[in-house]
Design a protein around this ligand. Sequence first.
Ligand code: UDP
Length: 330
Amino acid sequence: MALKKILITGAAGFLGSHLCDKFHKEGYYVVAMDNLITGDKKNIEHLIGLENFEFVAHDVTNFIELRGNLDYILHFASPASPIDYLKIPIQTLKVGALGTHNLLGLAKAKKARILIASTSEIYGDPLVHPQTEDYYGNVNTIGPRGVYDEAKRFQEAITMAYNRFHGLETRIVRIFNTYGPRMRLNDGRVIPAFMGQALRGEDLTVFGDGSQTRSFCYVDDQVEGIYRLLLSDYELPVNIGNPYEITIKAFAEEIIKLTGTTQKIIYKDLPVNDPLQRQPDISLAKKILNWSPKVQRDEGMKKTFDYFKSLSPEELYKSEHKSFDKHIKR
Ligand code: UDP
């Protein structure tokens, strides 16, 4: 029997590369697509050259041509950190809007099932806590995060339109803060930021007074949730994340302990529209996917720190992602 073929966009990114590993291991033929603006080929280099794996360098905001049959699509191409949205706002909007449109068109042409990566950001600075899937959100359309939040909200809308109007098989995962090996050290997110600072012997920068909360999910748990959702029959959005919530200040203290750094916490301004609290309600995922996270934060953080420790000094000290500079100048 021919292998099931899956197209994964954003395949050289943090989540995309782990999804490539999972589906390849499960016996799928994986087509990995990325334009390498924020992704890094290093994340999938162990797969390149293997049977049933191919890499295609392509920007999904342009028409996507793919020969042959296709069974599934995972659309994970998007900048995904607040620093990225500020640096490449137009690309962020385009990949969520035009990129999603192209992928839905491809799914329709190939009669493939498509799962799109949505986000807890569609809830904005939430007034309902923890966040359930039926909450509509509290998003500032014109704030710095608006380019991401609104692209993802549009993405959900167009996906449901293809589902209802064209009868396309669609799935929507709302991903909450996820961490693990292969996160980009310089993407500005709190975990690479704190771990990088600890490794370079710098103070840990807590934004605001650190009373804002987040709930961190280890990547293996996230990937398992996405895998189950794709293969399920459920067509409305599903939250996948770890409900174990912590303040950023308490989290910085945990990182100080874990890394053994002798540096201290310093406080900086809170970014505009930084959500005050975030915690997924995962009752739906538990019920329909029989899924809940398994990896404890101390275990996951240790594995993540081991990854950052293994990076070369050049990687540790390089302050910018090279392709950003190229991109911004254009
Ligand atoms: N944060 C921080 N110090 C940093 C980076 C981030 O205190 O060096 C805070 C940030 O303001 C936010 C939280 O950590 O409240 C999580 O930020 P991140 O960018 O990882 O993701 P978000 O959940 O905001 O999208």
